[in-house]
Design a protein around this ligand. Structure first.
Ligand code: IPM
Ligand code: MG
Length: 382
């Protein structure tokens, strides 16, 4: 089944980060080594610091603490692909607006690599229908591609902090005040929606739901206007608009109606966490961030500090991110298919991590992080 690739060596910039990040990255590396053996390619992984781990390391080195050291960004730029696990944790949570935060590493690398397009495929594995809190029949036919704008909007807008703004306290007294501004340019919206239309064109149902809050927000009005301008160039795609609050409700009421969902940064962040519950667990959702520079692949979940170090984290979103990387950045669609099929088979065989187990799962089928990856590797080898 293995096909020969023109290139034999790929450089992967691996960013384990924080919390469960190092645990799930270790499993991704084992799977990549297996892929390398089977497909006759070398996936050379090189770890770099990001997030809280980078803040600690830079502080220890006596330089200004940063969640994204310059050398990490340079290594990412020079690599064929970036594979990230997760960043963040209570250790670095502080109210000090000036303190370095792990999330700045993630936002910084997205911005630094120009990764404006984030794809989050919501695929419901048959075997996992029982793992979702939603009724099985609601999950019939669910296959959604969430296209999220990734380098604009509230996340990157103007910010202001005032500790004693006149009138912001009680009875007109000075009080704390903060502002996060949401801004979008035509160019930023257009490049994301163009890709969303193109993606919809490749899919069987060819439906694009553009999600906004155009009844209130100016940025959303612009988003909607551009979506309709682009529709004329993509006559085979059926475009609909939906307000984000309604979309949040429809995603749990009737998720099968959606094909491609395109939306701005903050809405996409929230809706993709919500949609992950359709798959049974946030631990199942992979993502690809594409744009100008090296593409980056990461699970949509966070660093889960509550279970870090316990060896029970679900590695599948990380492994599915490897699959997206093989497909989108390394031109190895067969290997990508094989990883997805291996994950599907392992789930069909009844193996679960604790987050995707349900009351019908026998205790002995509930595996830890490494044992789950072992099952995927075994399947890849058959
Ligand atoms: C995600 C995460 C990040 C985001 C956080 C960690 C900054 O929630 O990738 O969805 O909000 O983009
Ligand atoms: Mg999120």
């Amino acid at each position: 089944m293995a096909t020969t690739n023109a290139r034999t060596t790929y450089r992967i910039c691996t960013l384990p980060g924080d919390g469960i990040g190092p645990e799930i990255m270790a499993e991704a590396k084992r799977v990549m080594a297996t892929i390398g053996e089977i497909w006759g390619v070398e996936l050379v992984c090189e770890d770099h610091l990001i997030g809280g781990a980078a803040i600690d390391a830079t502080r220890e080195a006596g330089v200004a603490p940063t969640a994204l050291p310059e050398e990490t960004l340079e290594a990412a730029r020079a690599a064929d692909a970036v594979l990230l696990a997760a960043v963040g944790g209570p250790k670095w949570d502080t109210n000090d607006p000036a303190a370095a935060r792990p999330e700045q590493g993630l936002l910084g690398i997205r911005k630094g690599l120009g990764l404006y397009l984030n794809l989050r495929p919501v695929h419901v594995f048959n075997a996992l229908r029982g793992a979702s809190s939603l009724k099985r029949e609601v999950l019939n036919g669910v296959d959604i591609m969430i296209v999220r704008e990734l380098t604009g909007g509230l996340y990157f807008g103007p910010r202001e902090v005032e500790e004693a703004r006149p009138g912001a306290g009680e009875d007109g007294a000075p009080g704390r005040w903060r502002m996060d501004g949401c801004a979008y340019s035509e160019h930023e919206i257009r490049r994301v929606l163009e890709r969303a239309f193109e993606i919809a064109e490749t899919r069987a149902r060819k439906r694009l739901c553009s999600v906004d809050k155009a009844n209130v927000l100016g940025t959303s009005k612009l988003w909607r206007a551009i979506a309709h301008e682009l529709a004329a160039d993509h006559p085979t795609v059926e475009l609909t608009d939906m307000f984000v609050d309604n979309c949040a409700m429809q995603l749990v009421a009737n998720p099968a109606q959606f094909d491609v969902i395109a939306t701005e940064n903050t809405f996409g962040d929230i809706l993709s966490d919500e949609a992950s519950e359709l798959t049974g667990s946030l631990g199942m959702l992979a993502s690809a961030s594409l744009g100008e520079g090296t593409s980056l692949f990461e699970p949509a979940h966070g660093s889960a500090p509550d279970i870090a170090g316990k060896g029970i984290a679900n590695p599948l979103a990380q492994l599915l991110s490897v699959s997206l990387m093989l497909r989108q950045a390394l031109g190895m669609p067969d290997a990508a298919d094989a990883v997805e099929a291996a994950v599907e088979d392992v789930l069909d065989d009844g193996w679960r991590t604790v987050d995707i187990a349900d009351e019908t799962t026998p205790a002995e089928n509930v595996l830890g992080t490494s044992a789950m990856a072992d099952k995927v590797i075994e399947r890849l080898r058959v």
